[in-house]
Design a protein around this ligand. Structure first.
Ligand SMILES: Cc1cc2nc3c(=O)[nH]c(=O)nc-3n(C[C@H](O)[C@H](O)[C@H](O)COP(=O)(O)OP(=O)(O)OC[C@H]3O[C@@H](n4cnc5c(N)ncnc54)[C@H](O)[C@@H]3O)c2cc1C
Length: 262
């Protein structure tokens, strides 16, 4: 489920990037920032706000071709196909040659989450992308940005580029108060943190209830991402009960409760 923007999006060239990890730092108790850096990132394009990439995870015993490119990786798929996970580019600094990814640490059972818990500087990260991403439309002045903690990197990236004339109502579901983080923006923001405080991630109605209670001006554009059930509930409410125009509702499933991968 992914609604295309009406704002023309420049499709960046998709390539495979193999970049060493430079830093691993905690953002909050359940969110880790992995910074990759190096000359390998030369030419990594800026594709918009919430641009994302597909991380490639190979079994440890696989010998990868040199050079590892999209083509050489695909050529060996019959013998070694990577497991993939989608992550948002939290920050791209072309001058420093750095990209940050923020990983929600949701438990050792997740391939990517477990990798982020054990990764060390010097380890390689392989990813393919970036994808074209959401670009706020110039004629929109009111936004709803709603999601769980997996959407925080994208919400942060979107907020960073909103104009000062825009207003954004931001609703973010997180585990608890320790997971809140600064979300700077030139726009006028009203941010509400929805604490699960012991409720399970996925399968709760915190986001749905918060959106239902939100005062949203006419012509608000809604960007919603997170666990599938929550995203669908919010989408239904906005379209069926609030009468939002379809093109003003931009929902994306980021993960599915009880299912691996995206
Ligand atoms: C476009 C896009 C951008 C994304 N950006 C980010 C990002 O920047 N940061 C980020 O952390 N995630 C992001 N995600 C979500 C992330 O890809 C998924 O959460 C993914 O399933 C994590 O992979 P994993 O290997 O850790 O767990 P998986 O192996 O996929 O799943 C293992 C189990 O964990 C559960 N699970 C998965 N994610 C969560 C979670 N967050 N909380 C609780 N249980 C979970 C699954 O339901 C499954 O039961 C993004 C997804 C998309 C589609």
């Amino acid at each position: 489920m992914n609604v295309q923007s009406r704002v023309p999006v420049r499709r960046p060239p998709v390539a495979l990037w193999r970049v060493p990890v430079a830093r691993v730092e905690p953002v909050t108790p359940r969110m880790t920032r992995v910074t990759v850096a190096g000359a390998e990132l030369a030419g990594f394009p800026g594709a918009g706000t919430d641009q994302n990439v597909m991380l490639y995870f190979y079994p440890d015993d696989v010998t990868l071709p040199d050079p590892l490119t999209l083509e050489s990786a695909r050529a060996m798929w019959s013998r070694a196909r990577p497991q993939t996970r989608t992550y948002t580019v939290r920050r791209h600094d072309p001058a420093a040659g750095e990209v940050d990814f923020d990983f929600v640490l949701h438990g050792a059972h997740g391939l990517a989450s477990a990798w982020a818990q054990r990764v060390r500087p010097g380890d390689p990260l392989i990813f393919v992308g970036p994808s074209p991403a959401y670009r706020p439309a110039p004629e929109v002045h009111s936004y709803l940005l709603a999601g769980d903690e997996t959407a925080l990197p994208a919400i942060a990236a979107i907020l960073r580029v909103l104009p000062a004339s825009a207003r954004a109502r931001v609703l973010v579901e997180v585990a608890d108060a320790a997971e809140e983080q600064p979300l700077p923006s030139p726009a006028a923001t009203e941010i509400t943190w929805l604490h699960r405080d012991g409720l399970p991630a996925g399968g709760n109605d915190l986001l749905d209830r918060a959106v239902r209670g939100a005062d949203l001006p006419a012509e608000t554009e809604a960007w919603v991402a997170g666990e599938r059930t929550a995203v669908l509930a919010v989408r239904r409410h906005l379209l069926d009960e609030r009468g939002f125009a379809r093109h003003r509702v931009r929902p994306t499933t980021y993960w599915r409760h009880g299912q691996s991968g995206n």
